[in-house]
Design a protein around this ligand. Structure first.
Ligand SMILES: [Fe+2]
Length: 175
């Protein structure tokens, strides 16, 4: 790199921007791997993702929130303990700050429903009271994510969400 030129970097920047559509396509194929993960829940993680996004859409959430809902647990493909931050960092350049935080801290909000069974503090969400993104994170956890394990719920298909995914990942808003 220490001998690279401005022209070379203009070419790299141009080609990287042109190749951006591969990001959404790659993430969609990665997401499908969630169907191999159930870990004792009543639906697999693919159905959980579809159900969370469907609930968000049916409640009138905007496209960034719907796509973030679809991908909020994709980090479980890599590591369950730190899965929220993995998903949040994938989304970060493509969504506004409150949507990033909704995913990054969702486990603190979900803890209300089961952390006591694991000997953990179920009130971790309280540390975030007052944050501008708190109401969205609360709505996400309480009305979409924690409910999205219903084997009888009629979720939309992944194909339904594909155009939204490709639009959200079409262009980075920040680095
Ligand atoms: Fe979830």
């Amino acid at each position: 790199m220490d001998v690279s030129t401005r022209d070379q970097w203009m070419t790299i920047a141009h080609e990287t921007i042109n190749a951006q559509p591969r990001v959404g396509k790659q993430l969609l194929s990665m997401l499908k791997g969630l169907s191999d993960i159930t870990d004792g829940f009543s639906v697999d993680q693919m159905e959980h993702a579809l159900q969370t996004a469907t609930r968000a859409e049916r409640d009138g959430a905007d496209e960034e929130v719907i796509v973030a809902s679809l991908f909020h647990d994709v980090g479980k493909l890599i590591s369950v303990p730190n899965h929220p931050k993995i998903a949040a960092e994938i989304l970060k350049p493509y969504v506004r700050h409150e949507v990033y935080c909704m995913v990054a801290y969702h486990q603190d909000f979900q803890g209300r429903y089961y952390y006591e069974y694991l000997g953990m503090n179920p009130n971790l969400r309280e540390q975030h009271v007052g944050e501008t993104w708190y109401p969205l994170a609360e709505q996400f956890a309480d009305t979409w994510d924690q409910k999205a394990f219903d084997p009888n719920y009629q979720s939309e298909s992944l194909e339904h969400f594909e155009p939204m995914v490709l639009r959200v990942f079409a262009q980075a808003k920040s680095l």
